[in-house]
Design a protein around this ligand. Sequence first.
Ligand code: PLP
Length: 393
Amino acid sequence: MDQINQPIPMSSPDLGEAERQAVLDVLNTPDLSMGPRISQFEEAFCQWTGSQHAIGVNSGTAGLHLCVRAAGISTGDYVITTPFSFVASTNVLLFENAVPVYVDVDPRTGNIDTQMVAAAAHDLMAGGEKARQWLPPRGIETGRSLKAILPVDVFGQPADLDPILEVARQYQLQVIEDSCEALGAEYKGRPAGSVGDFGVFAFYPNKQITTGEGGVIITNDDAAADFMRSLRNQGRAVGDTWLQHTHLGYNYRLDEMSAALGTVQMSRLDELIAKRVQVADWYAERLSEIPGVETQVIEPFTTRMSWFVYVIRFAPGIHRDRLAKKIGELGIPARPYFAPIHLQPYMVERFGYRPGDFPVTEDLGNRSLALPFSGVMSEAQVETVCRIIHQSL
Ligand SMILES: Cc1ncc(COP(=O)(O)O)c(C=O)c1O
């Protein structure tokens, strides 16, 4: 069995001299927060997405939370969303004591199943026993209102948004698009994040662009944008002094070093996405030769894929965890991705979920493995990862 000489990281940011200089330039000014860089960074998102407002925040989670507040989602409200996601898309609902109403996902892509979204919305509006079947097993009353749909653009591929928008229009629901994994992707030619009422991006160092930590919300709703700008800044509204707080707010501000770094990264977004496409293509080519390994399906409506992670699935019968352990010992990190949210201990305790509740999500959760992935990976590294997987299988 081959051993590798250099460890291959799970992910790596793609940073150059321009990024370093941009951060140093900020350090030579007195404005380390709430200066001019945040506006420049936000402007780059308006340009990229065509949205009227972009609001920089200090994480994707913070961005999603502000959207939940701006959408008026509060105690007891239902929000249709997916259990095949990173926990933040559910947690922001729980922060406001709202109820995540899960529907299962499309087995081909891992994105929310839009027929189930339509069926759930119909039944939740009808109420009674029909509504009950969609609600968490424990601790939830029927008869509350359905407020929103929160789809997630999984692994860099947009959810099928048109049918979701149709349901939203029919029942007057808001759509919050969790595009934290999909900056730069396009749905039928439209930028991910810009299709619903709100879209959110995130910039942890494994993302398409990074600011260290950070996020951006986009929206065309003027009043919601003002409200979210206020909430990110401790609830200070336009015209408030430093110790006036019109709303209950948070410190979700993005600092100037991060914004400066992000502005340079945004200027390179096409290049950064193209490099990730190249790495994904190398993977696809080599993995196609390995029996029992499935790669990501890209839908025709995904007019531009923006690879965030490279996730493969093993055919039933292959022991994913044993394989991950084995390749890990040989220097190849790999992780199950996603772990279904409804089976996280705090969700089981609060809502009484059990294995089997969302079979497609659980099946994907059991068979999927995220491989090392970034735009700075070399073809030789991809070759090594694939060779070691092949030998280990
Ligand atoms: C789908 C999804 N939603 C939300 C987030 C949260 O972003 P952050 O880590 O910046 O809070 C992430 C981050 O990985 C994510 O993948």
